[in-house]
Design a protein around this ligand. Structure first.
Ligand code: AKG
Ligand code: FE2
Length: 226
C-alpha cells in the first residue's frame, strides 16, 4: 500500500508517454533491495543463469524499471506500440542492446487487456534474418528504428498478451518485439523489468543480433541443429 500511495502522489503519470514505452515510475525505489531482490534473491536469477550462463550476467545494481500501467481513460484500446528496446547512439555508431528482458509480475493478470506484457512470437528469428541481410547497423540507418523502434519491413505476427500471477517471471530475448498492452481493467498493472546483459555483449553489440543464441548457452544446447 505504501508503494502505491507513494507512486500515485505523483499525478504527472497521467501525462506520460501515450504509448507506454519506457514508462518508469518510482525511480527512487529502482535501486532498492526490495526491487532488486525480486530477481537476485529469488529463483529468477538461477533460471536466468541457466540460460545465459552462471557468472555471465552483469550484476543488476540499478536501472530496474518499475513499470506501472494505469487503467486507460480512452474509449478505444490504445495502440500497442510494438517495439525493440535499446538505445540508439547514432553519433557514436552503436546500439545499446542487451541480452534478455526479464519481467516479474507484481499483481495477478488473469485476463488480457489488463496492461499485459505483450509479445510477437517469432520476431526474434525474423529480426536475426533481417540483420543478417541488411547488417545490424540498419538499426542506426533505417529511420523507423528511431521513430517506431521496429522496421515496417518485418511483418508482425499476431500478438500474444501474457497472462499470469503475481510472482511470475517472464524472460524474453532482447530481439523479440514486444509491447505494453492497454489496461482496460480497474486495477493498476504492477511489474518490474530487468534488462540483463551478458558480460561479452558490449564487446561487440552487433554479433548477437545476427547470431541469436550467441549469449544463451542454455538455449544453444537445446537446439541440436546448431
Ligand atoms: O510494461 C510493459 O509491459 C512493457 C514495457 C516495455 O516494453 C518498455 O518499457 O520497454
Ligand atoms: Fe520494451
Amino acid at each position: 500500500m505504501r508503494f502505491e500511495h507513494h507512486c500515485v502522489q505523483d499525478v504527472s503519470f497521467l501525462l506520460r508517454s501515450p504509448d507506454h514505452r519506457g514508462a518508469n515510475y518510482c525511480k527512487e525505489l529502482s535501486n532498492s533491495s526490495v526491487i532488486t531482490n525480486l530477481l537476485i534473491k529469488t529463483p529468477a536469477w538461477e533460471l536466468a543463469e541457466s540460460v545465459i550462463g552462471a557468472g555471465r550476467i552483469h550484476p543488476v545494481h540499478s536501472g530496474v524499471q518499475i513499470a506501472l500501467r494505469f487503467p486507460t481513460m480512452e474509449d478505444q484500446p490504445a495502440n500497442f506500440a510494438p517495439h525493440l528496446d535499446g538505445v540508439l547512439k547514432v553519433k557514436e555508431g552503436i546500439v545499446q542492446n542487451f541480452t534478455a528482458l526479464v519481467g516479474i509480475l507484481l499483481n495477478d493478470l488473469p485476463d488480457t487487456y489488463m496492461g499485459n506484457f505483450t509479445v510477437y512470437p517469432g520476431t526474434h528469428r525474423q529480426y536475426e534474418q533481417y540483420f543478417r541481410e541488411h547488417g545490424p547497423e540498419v538499426m542506426l540507418t533505417e529511420e523507423a528504428f528511431a521513430t517506431k523502434h521496429h522496421s515496417p519491413n518485418v511483418p508482425l505476427p499476431e500478438r500474444v498478451q501474457i497472462t499470469g500471477q503475481a510472482g511470475d517471471m517472464i524472460i524474453v530475448h532482447y530481439q523479440l518485439i514486444h509491447a505494453a498492452g492497454p489496461n482496460l481493467s480497474d486495477q493498476i498493472r504492477y511489474a518490474c523489468f530487468f534488462r540483463l546483459d551478458h558480460v561479452d555483449r558490449s564487446k561487440d553489440w552487433k554479433a548477437p543480433l545476427t547470431d541469436l543464441w550467441m549469449h544463451w548457452p542454455g538455449i544453444r544446447e537445446m537446439l541440436p541443429e546448431l
